[in-house]
Design a protein around this ligand. Structure first.
Ligand code: SF4
Length: 205
């Protein structure tokens, strides 16, 4: 299967809605064959679902791209050449308690997992950037670790899994704010330094 064929199938996916879950959009993703870097977020937000239909294009996305710019990435070029996907690809709606967006259920994550596996197989990125606790847990976590613990232990570190380099980042949403604590800012700075080194080595060369 080609990446284009996969994306046509993915665009038509309604697995979560068919199972009775609220989803507020059609699937949102962006990926290019030959991408070296792939970001993996939690799920699209309302702005992505209702306005832009592009991953990380709302307020959290603006903060993410400020971070990536610090590592030397240009937003337009990154969007045009790299890959941006998520654990689930449809907007899950607001959090019931009013703090940010609803976290996709385990069932929704499982419904969407084959799409991620297929994207990984077809794009074969060298560097994965899981963003936020849910995505970090998918690639680095275990069932017993809390998302906050995982982030404290792994942001600013470089990992290798299944032949891919993994550089985790915190979620850039206002609902998170993990990155604002002084000790966590230093962890984020180190992660961006590692990404700058990888960009230089793998894209600029
Ligand atoms: S979140 Fe994933 S599995 Fe669920 S409907 Fe959207 S694309 Fe399909």
């Amino acid at each position: 299967m080609t990446l284009d064929a996969l994306h046509i199938q993915l665009s038509a996916c309604r697995r979560c809605a068919d199972a009775g879950y609220f989803i507020g959009s059609t699937p949102i993703f962006s990926g290019h064959a030959g991408a070296v870097f792939m970001t993996v977020g939690q799920a699209p937000g309302r702005h992505e679902a209702e306005v832009t239909h592009r991953p990380f294009s709302g307020p959290a996305g603006r903060r993410l791209f400020r971070w990536l710019a610090q590592a030397g990435f240009d937003e337009a070029e990154f969007r045009a050449t790299q890959a941006m996907t998520a654990i689930t690809r449809c907007y899950p709606g607001p959090h019931p308690a009013g703090r940010g967006d609803r976290v996709p259920t385990r069932a929704e994550q499982a419904f969407c997992a084959p799409w991620l596996e297929a994207e990984l197989a077809l794009i074969n990125p060298r560097v994965l950037i899981p963003i936020g606790g849910l995505a970090i847990g998918r690639f680095l976590g275990d069932e017993k670790s809390s998302a906050a613990l995982r982030m404290t232990e792994c942001i600013g570190e470089q990992f290798e899994r299944d032949g891919r380099i993994i550089i985790p980042l915190p979620h850039p949403s206002d609902a998170s704010q993990w990155f604002n604590a002084a000790e966590n800012k230093a962890r984020l700075e180190r992660a961006l330094e590692i990404l700058a080194e990888l960009r230089e080595a793998l894209l600029v060369g």
